[in-house]
Design a binder for this molecule. Sequence first.
Ligand code: ACO
Length: 216
Amino acid sequence: MSDSDLLPIVIIGGGGHAAVIADILLRQNRTILAVVSPDEISHRKVFTGMNRLVSDDQIRQFDPETVRLVNGIGMIPRSKFRQQVNDTYLALDYEFETVIANEAIVSPYAEVGPGVQIFPGAIVQSGAVLGAHSIINTSAVIEHDCQIGAYNHIAPRATLCGRVRSESAVYVGAGATVIHNISLAKNSIVTAGTTVVSSLDELQITYPARAVTRSI
Ligand SMILES: CC(=O)SCCNC(=O)CCNC(=O)[C@H](O)C(C)(C)COP(=O)(O)OP(=O)(O)OC[C@H]1O[C@@H](n2cnc3c(N)ncnc32)[C@H](O)[C@@H]1OP(=O)(O)O
């Protein structure tokens, strides 16, 4: 597919996550038709000159065959909102663009699902599989043969070592390390900064060890 075949984009959301995505897309010379945000977006320079739509309903003015959507809503632990937005528009036959920053390193031997977003500095190694609509945030590392489920968020500088497997809607916080061969079940959460050395069950959350300070 040549650049001219790429469809224009509508970004859903106007916050920080959307701003990073707009920046990535502009540097790839993509056309951004509109940013959907009930809130003002003009304080973020990257949106300068862009058309703002105030309501999700206005997306339907675009024929699904003529645009691609990008979900610019950041993922919050325990929130299903991001996924619900995708489900709504997928049911209406819209497709979500896969966004890979120029500054990300993605092995040609990795598989990247539809709607995945890979931010600058991220590394996805050979044999990794990224499930649909997952976010691989800034400088996250997905090592060889990891299998990441749909709607995961791997936050900035998190590292998944070799052959980590995650099911859907897993959240790995910033700077966390998950050692090799670990499984993270559906809806589990690794809090920021944690080193995970044993697998997590569904809806489990793991916290890092903390230094204890007391008077001596
Ligand atoms: C571009 C971007 O910015 S993307 C966003 C990146 N952001 C992140 O990665 C942060 C993700 N968030 C986290 O990791 C959070 O810690 C959460 C939301 C998962 C915490 O979840 P909760 O279960 O609600 O934890 P809660 O806030 O109730 O805290 C429980 C205890 O754990 C502690 N705690 C929570 N998170 C952490 C953490 N990451 N490291 C150390 N201690 C923590 C709290 O201080 C609290 O301690 P206390 O009981 O002694 O008071």
